[in-house]
Each structure stands twice: as structure tokens, then as C-alpha cells.
Ligand binder design. Structure first.
Ligand code: KG4
Ligand code: ZN
Length: 333
């Protein structure tokens, strides 16, 4: 008998549903929430309400697109955390209701573990053990992945996440939220001629808050003599910021490779969609003899395919959740 899993993702501002049959993805549908643009960041209460509106149509769409019926679904995998509690509640509650009504098991998924397992949605898949640099709006981690479900976080950010560094810089220079993709686009037409300092953090951990402050002071100084400085140098500012964020990430990754000896290297999370990071990783990989794995764009940012895939590996091990399972805003791997 085949195993069909419905995956649900609602940890932040994307409502997503996916159908996976025996580990093969049949559909992956996502409703993005445009409502946050005006506020310069995700407004939790607004996100939660939008999830409530989106969840049923998105699940319906995923089931239709997969060409299956509801009765064929064998288990529901959902994001338990980490994330915004009001957003998580919508996905968790929906998953519980669906599982209860159909009398099928529930599988809880850690969102950060799922970002790593996005590499198992399709080929080529990394071999164990591998290292994954997971860079999103809320997290920046280097994870040693020993098997599908055995992961050890060996580096974390001590302040802002890499995605926040993009988004907060974007806010300073007047870009809409999320600024990461816009900075990426503008950076392509610019030159990284402004040099921002690299933070000095011992060991493998990351820090991005100092970068944001140095950008702010640099721009304040330039604006004093040229009020149009930001507008006239937008592309170069974006290229310079992106260049520094990418070099911070890759320097630490290089250090982690030296420390662990693991040369099987993956990137994941929203910031792994960044073209500067993708290119730099590929170049480093070729120069240093790493096998690199870069996910397709739709599996970088939040999606339910990665939740259903993680759910599938848990299903195979019989790791099911109780019906009184609760969402957890802070949820470590
Ligand atoms: O993984 P994700 O979709 O959600 C979280 O779990 O946080 O990541 C969202 C983050 C945002 O900070 C966004 O600006 C960033 O990923 N992002 C990018 C790009 N696409 C998304 N950052 C830089 N370049 C991109 N192309
Ligand atoms: Zn995410």
C-alpha cells in the first residue's frame, strides 16, 4: 500500500500545503501574504488571520492538484514550531481537525529540521553526514546532519538572523518587506565598492547586528554631504551589503568544514534563494573540493513540501504525535 502524506506549513507569513506519495511530491501550493508590505515586517496578528482565510483553499488546491481524494491521505504532518505562535496555532489546529475527522495519525515537524530536509524533496540528495547552512528570516545555523532525523546544531547567530540583516538594511534604505529578494535583484546591477566590517565572533557563531549599525552610521555620514546618496547609489549599497553578508556566511562555513572534515555542504532557508550566496557557494565548492547542494527556489523559502518530506521520514519510523500536541514558538532541533 502506498503512503500519502498531507503537509501543512503556517509558521510565519506563508500558508502552504503539499501532498507527498511514497516520498514523491505530487503538489506543493503556497498562498503568500502581501498584507505585511505596508508595515515593514510581518505583523503576527495579521498573519494569523490571513492563515485562517488561506488554509482551507490552499489544502483543497493541493489535494486537487495532486489528483487524489481526501480519503487516500494516510497521515497529516504539520509545523509545530519554531515560529509565530498565532500562525502556528492555525496550522496545528487545522491538522488536528483533519486527522481526527479521518482517523489518521498526526506527525509534528520542526520547521528548521524541515528546511534541511528540503534537500530530500527531489534529487540530487546529499549523502550523510553532511553540513547544512540554514539561513532564514529568523535563524542562521550550521547543522551537522547524521541521518534524516539526527541533526546537531554546531553554530547559531548570537543576535540577528541573516534574513533579518537583509530585511533591516532594506528598511533603512527604504525598501519594502521582505527586502532580501529586492536587494538580491538590485545587487546584480551594482558593484560592492563600500566595505563594511566583518564582525569578530569567536568560534562558529554568527553576528549580524553590528553590520546593520555600521551601515546605518555610514549612510548617515554620507547623507550629510549628499542628501541623495542612497537613491543615487542604491545598487552599489545593495551589492556591498549582500557581499558582506555572503562573506560572513561563507567564512564561517569554511571554518566549520576545517573543524568537522565534512565536505558535503548544503544550504537551505529563505536566504539560500540569494543569487550571490548561491554563486559564492558554488565557487567555494569548486575551489575547495566540496560537494555542494543548492535547493530549487521554491524549496528555499517556506513551503509544505519540506514539511511533508520530514513527515514521511517520521512516518516510516512510526513517530506520531498525540492529539493534545501544542504549537511551540521556540522549538530547538
Ligand atoms: O525561510 P523563510 O522563507 O522564512 C523563515 O522561516 O524565516 O525566510 C525568509 C527570509 C526573509 O528574511 C527574506 O528577506 C529572505 O528570506 N530572502 C532572501 C531572498 N529571498 C528570501 N534574502 C536574500 N536574497 C533572496 N533572494
Ligand atoms: Zn523558514
Amino acid at each position: 500500500m502506498s503512503t500519502i502524506i498531507l503537509g501543512i506549513e503556517s509558521s510565519c507569513d506563508d500558508t502552504s500545503a503539499a501532498i507527498l506519495k511514497d516520498g514523491v511530491m505530487l503538489s506543493n501550493c503556497t498562498a503568500n501574504q502581501e498584507v505585511h508590505k505596508d508595515y515593514g515586517g510581518v505583523v503576527p496578528e495579521v498573519a494569523s488571520r490571513a492563515h485562517q482565510i488561506n488554509i482551507v483553499p490552499v489544502v483543497d488546491q493541493a489535494i486537487k492538484k495532486a489528483g487524489i481524494s481526501k480519503d487516500q491521505i494516510n497521515a497529516v504532518a504539520f509545523t509545530r514550531g519554531p515560529g509565530l505562535i498565532g500562525s502556528l496555532i492555525v496550522g496545528v489546529t487545522f491538522a488536528k481537525g483533519f486527522a481526527l475527522a479521518r482517523n489518521i495519525p498526526l506527525i509534528e515537524v520542526n520547521h528548521m529540521q524541515a528546511h534541511v530536509l528540503a534537500h530530500f524533496v527531489e534529487d540530487p540528495k546529499p549523502a550523510f553526514p553532511f553540513m547544512c547552512l540554514t539561513v532564514s528570516g529568523g535563524h542562521t545555523q550550521i547543522v551537522v546532519v547524521k541521518s534524516h532525523l539526527e541533526m546537531e546544531v554546531i553554530a547559531n547567530t548570537i543576535d540577528d538572523a541573516a534574513g533579518e540583516a537583509f530585511d533591516k538594511t532594506g528598511k533603512i534604505i527604504g525598501l519594502d518587506y521582505p527586502a532580501g529578494p529586492v536587494i538580491d535583484k538590485l545587487a546584480k546591477q551594482g558593484t560592492p565598492r563600500f566595505k563594511f566590517p566583518e564582525p569578530k565572533v569567536e568560534g562558529l557563531n554568527f553576528s549580524f547586528s553590528g553590520l546593520k549599525t555600521s551601515i546605518l552610521y555610514f549612510l548617515k555620514k554620507e547623507i550629510k554631504t549628499d542628501p541623495n546618496f542612497i537613491k543615487d547609489n542604491m545598487n552599489d549599497i545593495c551589492a556591498s551589503v549582500q557581499d558582506r553578508i555572503v562573506s560572513i556566511l561563507l567564512n564561517k562555513l569554511q571554518k566549520a568544514v576545517k573543524q568537522t572534515g565534512i565536505k558535503e555542504i548544503a544550504i537551505a532557508g529563505g536566504v539560500s534563494a540569494n543569487s550571490g550566496l548561491r554563486q559564492a557557494l558554488q565557487e567555494h565548492g569548486e575551489a575547495l573540493g566540496w560537494n555542494t547542494y543548492i535547493p530549487r527556489f521554491e524549496y528555499c523559502t517556506d513551503n509544505a513540501a519540506m514539511i511533508a518530506t520530514t513527515g514521511y521520514y517520521k512516518f516510516l519510523k512510526g513517530e506520531f504525535a498525540e492529539h493534545d500536541v501544542r504549537p511551540t514558538a521556540r522549538y530547538r532541533i
